[in-house]
Design a protein around this ligand. Structure first.
Ligand SMILES: *Cc1c(COP(=O)(O)O)cnc(C)c1O
Length: 428
């Protein structure tokens, strides 16, 4: 058996960890079977506990944009660790990474570091509410902004995979302040603004969605949201936890040339350590404690190891901007290779791709929102996932996730992946 030790480790883990994992999507619930336990990883490859080598398309869900165990980052962490791992006092490196991030991303003057994307989004919404003096927010079905209460309303990926779009434990009181609209549907947002005049603090969205699979925004959708926020004096929050420092130095704001009022980060910004951040113009950030009244804090926020990893990562990205183009080219190559194989089959499929993000949906119609993503055939997806895994390709174990390409992937790896699909397609 290919995954004997992984199965044993999963059984053991399940006795002491709920569901055997510390984050639900890892458990393979939506594709069946038992999860693969990783022993180590280098570059584009994962090495599991059974000695299998897998080509990795999740990159730790985004952070490992240069591939695994990337030396500038690992060396920075090792050197920093020798000097103490946490102080609860300010350190110079926090200013260094803040200066670099502010120089790379448009429309932000100040940035606050936290420990996860969840924390970043939760804090961004609190700040928006404090700044505007309003309580309601608009989010889009299928967008995920972490697991804090007000976001677990049709939240995409993990939350959808598990059939609990509205998680027990989230109160009605919280849920009533989160208004929902379909992605790419400006008309629905206009109606929400009309029905809730002067009550909407912010719109939050993934500027390219990744948590219902990769879904691309229409340009007039993003520009329309910007205009509506201006008209109603609400704030536009771009959740760039996935897209930030992945689509471009300046993230989706740069790519689409649309200014957000608050931007959240996670994943790439921490280089594989637990980091999140949120940022805005000085006028908005001045509302944050200790400068202003909106409280937000963290014992390990700005942790030296996390900042060392993040600073090394952002420095590499800042010095090698051609990476974004080369990643996009690789993703396009994979897309075209997949297209060629799938076109010759009888299967209904749609591939969405943006930058280095890509998703394969087994659906005939274009996937533009959560509704159309849900139509995709999950039975086919399960077989596809396990077939590819058998061929040594590790894909996201849910159709509601995006692939994240990393720079360590060679064209040979991509060709192998396309050949794997060729073998798998007849079994679907
Ligand atoms: C991953 C993700 C989050 C949550 O980040 P965590 O670090 O997992 O808490 C929030 N928003 C988006 C868009 C994400 O992809």
């Amino acid at each position: 058996m290919l995954y004997k030790r992984s199965s044993e480790l999963f059984a053991q883990a399940s006795k002491v960890i709920p569901g055997g994992v510390n984050s639900p999507v890892r458990a393979f619930k939506s594709v069946g079977g038992t999860p693969v336990f990783v022993k180590e990883a280098k570059g584009a490859y994962l090495y599991d506990e059974d000695g299998n080598r897998l080509i990795d398309y999740i990159a730790s869900w985004g952070p490992m944009i240069f591939g695994h165990a990337f030396e500038p980052v690992t060396n920075a962490v090792i050197e920093k660790a020798k000097k103490g791992t946490s102080f609860g006092m300010p350190t110079e490196i926090e200013t260094q990474i803040a200066e670099l991030a502010v120089s790379m991303v448009p429309n932000i003057d100040k940035i606050r570091f936290v420990n996860s994307g969840t924390e970043a989004c939760m804090s961004a919404v609190r700040l928006a509410r404090g700044f505007t003096g309003r309580e309601k927010i608009i989010k889009f079905s299928g967008c995920y902004h972490g697991h804090s209460d007000s976001f677990l309303i049709q939240a995409g990926s993990g939350a959808v995979t598990f059939g609990t779009p509205n998680s027990p434990g989230v109160t009605q009181g919280t849920a009533k302040d989160t208004l929902l609209a379909p992605y790419n549907n400006l008309e629905a947002v206009k109606e929400l603004f009309e029905a809730n005049k002067d009550e909407i603090a912010a719109i939050i969205l993934e500027p390219v969605a990744g948590n219902m699979g990769c879904v691309i925004p229409k340009h007039e959708f993003l520009s329309g949201l910007r205009a509506l926020c201006d008209e109603h004096k609400s704030l536009l929050i771009f959740d760039e936890v996935m897209t930030g420092f992945r689509l471009a130095k300046g993230g989706a704001q740069e790519v689409f040339n649309i200014a957000a009022d608050i931007v959240t980060f996670g994943k790439v910004i921490g280089g594989g350590l637990p980091v999140g951040a949120f940022a805005a113009r000085a006028e908005i950030m001045s509302y944050l404690a200790p400068e202003g009244p909106v409280y937000q804090a963290g014992t390990l926020s700005g942790n030296p190891l996390a900042m060392a990893a993040g600073l090394a990562m952002l420095t590499e990205l800042n010095n090698n901007p051609e990476l974004f183009t080369s990643l996009e080219e690789k993703t396009k190559y994979l897309h075209e290779g997949f297209d060629k194989v799938l076109e010759e089959s009888e299967l209904d499929y749609t591939i969405n791709r943006f930058g280095s993000m890509l998703s394969v949906f087994f659906a005939k119609e274009p996937v533009v929102d959560f509704q159309s993503a849900m139509v995709a055939n999950n039975d086919t997806f399960k077989k596809y996932f396990h077939g590819m895994l058998k061929e040594g390709v590790y894909l996201p174990p849910s159709s509601f996730e995006s692939y994240f390409l990393n720079d360590a992937l060679s064209y040979e790896d991509l060709d192998k992946t396309i050949s794997a699909l060729k073998k798998v397609v007849p079994t679907l």
